[in-house]
Design a protein around this ligand. Sequence first.
Ligand SMILES: Nc1ncnc2c1ncn2[C@@H]1O[C@H](COP(=O)(O)OP(=O)(O)OP(=O)(O)O)[C@@H](O)[C@H]1O
Ligand SMILES: [Mg+2]
Length: 234
Amino acid sequence: MQKTHTSPFIQAVQVSKRYPGAVKPVLEDVNLQVQRGEFLAILGRSGSGKSTLLNTLSSLVLPDSGSIYMEGTDICKVKEKERNRLRSHTFAMVFQQHHLLPYLTALENVLLPFMGGLGHVTKAQRQAALDMLENVGLQGKENSRPGTLSGGEQQRVAIARALARGAKVLFADEPTGSLDSVTGDAIMQLLHSLNKQGVTVIMVSHNPEYARQAQRMVTMQDGRIVGIAHAPNE
Ligand SMILES: Nc1ncnc2c1ncn2[C@@H]1O[C@H](COP(=O)(O)OP(=O)(O)OP(=O)(O)O)[C@@H](O)[C@H]1O
Ligand SMILES: [Mg+2]
């Protein structure tokens, strides 16, 4: 495919995937385009293939057939090193479980992606981490350890960590899944605010109410996309 400015930001073309030993494919001929700056939700029952689709779009999981294009480049065909670079710089990932390190402070957790083997971070990186913590509403909590933070605050740290290196796309797999509704609402507000700042958000959710808040909602069933709905105001 030609690299042109009209290419979709991220595009899945005829993507299929079957896990070894599984009877049915987990993804079957999935076609999907994501535009730059979009807020896209993926909704569907448990086991319908949402996480697998998300992980395929972010190149964490490679499809058996089909392609994933990022600005016109097939990221399934580039070297693993290039995919790693994409996942550490351009893409950010947040999961239902935040995977914070309990013995590090909020700030240190956000600084993790910057740390090489020596654990050294520059002043600018530290400032970027502090700015990101402020952006997610955690000023004053920089030195708190995850165990002393609420579930929503811990998820905010995970979001700050995911975006600390200036990622352009946030892949969020059930980011509100382990939170109560009030805390979940606040995390949704944060995702919307990050989206307004220019971050493309691709979010998996079980919650139709949250999914409907996205600009576009993709519904999955048995490894296939069975519906795409646009938000009423789009
Ligand atoms: N690594 C794996 N190896 C084998 N089978 C897998 C693997 N990951 C997922 N599956 C299977 O693929 C199907 C889809 O899984 P997936 O995690 O994509 O679903 P999901 O829609 O995200 O579900 P949930 O809402 O429960 O998170 C399931 O039947 C699951 O058991
Ligand atoms: Mg899942």
